[in-house]
Design a protein around this ligand. Structure first.
Ligand code: G3P
Length: 277
């Protein structure tokens, strides 16, 4: 499974790439807002355009998703084309992020505009990451429209299910892949037959395998290391993971304990043999 960093924070992106395990970047308007606020607070003045260019350079030949902000076919297509034309020359790695359904009310008349933009932009050779996927059906439609990636939001499904069972556990807490029963009814909490964010990812992976879709499943809204592990087990092609969660993935107290013991046992005969670095 590839690992993308879900961040627009250049310092975090640089650091994570230096670890040698990052295969791409995803951003969205909320992550850009966070990064801009951090920049402003530090007093560092930079243009948004330069900032994005620096991000693309750090990513090198790995994909970077930049999201449109429009909510109609016309604006999303124009913005997608603009993002690609403006930034892809920097490192040839721009992916345009389009919401699967840009309607801001249920049953909105623009609810198919995401699919229409995906079709137009992908036919023009622009790779598309479809965002805000909450059902396998949405993923299926996005893949059919020509998307290169679909992004199921695992953590936000878990948020919804926690609410259904009345759990007050925080958004970083682990929600089991097999779901959890509602204490009162005894039934598994579910959303449209989905019992967890990882279940959503797994069902999309299954559909794409059965039908041989050439579209990658990019598990998003990952909140803890165990969720990342379960997405890998479920066959996600990619997980986009926040900086702090990637950091947590390297930790175990027994690893630290083992290192302390190994370091204590080093004898001079062995130490003198090895280069000091
Ligand atoms: O990649 C999508 C992600 O940024 C959303 O994450 O934690 O806000 O649900 P979250």
């Amino acid at each position: 499974m590839k690992i993308f960093i879900d961040s627009a924070d250049l310092a975090q992106i640089r650091e994570a790439f230096s670890w040698g395990i990052v295969d791409g970047i995803t951003t969205n308007p909320s992550l850009i807002k966070k990064a801009v606020e951090k920049l402003k607070a530090s007093g560092e003045g930079t243009s948004m355009k330069d900032y994005i260019c620096r991000m693309l350079e750090v990513a090198g030949d790995t994909p970077v998703s930049l999201e449109v902000i429009g909510t109609t076919e016309k604006t999303m297509t124009a913005q997608g084309q603009w993002l690609y034309e403006t930034f892809n020359h920097v490192a040839g790695n721009v992916v345009v992020k389009i919401p699967v359904n840009p309607g801001t009310t249920a049953g909105s008349s623009t609810r198919y505009d995401g699919l229409k933009s995906i079709r137009t932009l992908s036919q023009a050779g622009i790779p598309i990451n479809t965002t805000l996927i909450f059902t396998p059906e949405q993923a299926l439609l996005a893949a059919k429209a020509g998307a290169t990636f679909v992004s199921p939001f695992a953590g936000r499904i878990d948020d919804h299910l926690r609410k259904v069972v009345g759990s007050t556990a925080g958004k970083e807490s682990y929600w089991p892949r097999e779901g959890q029963k509602d204490a009162q009814s005894g039934h598994s909490a579910e959303d449209n037959g989905i019992v967890s964010g990882v279940d959503l990812v797994a069902q999309i992976v299954d559909i794409f395998q059965v039908h041989d879709f050439d579209c990658e499943v990019l598990a998003a809204s990952i909140r803890n290391p165990r969720q990342a592990r379960e997405c890998a087990l479920a066959g996600a092609d990619i997980a986009t993971i926040p900086f702090e969660v990637i950091r947590e993935m390297i930790e175990h107290p027994k690893t630290v304990e083992g290192m302390v013991a190994f370091c204590k046992d080093i004898v001079p005969e062995y130490e003198n043999l090895l280069p000091k670095g």
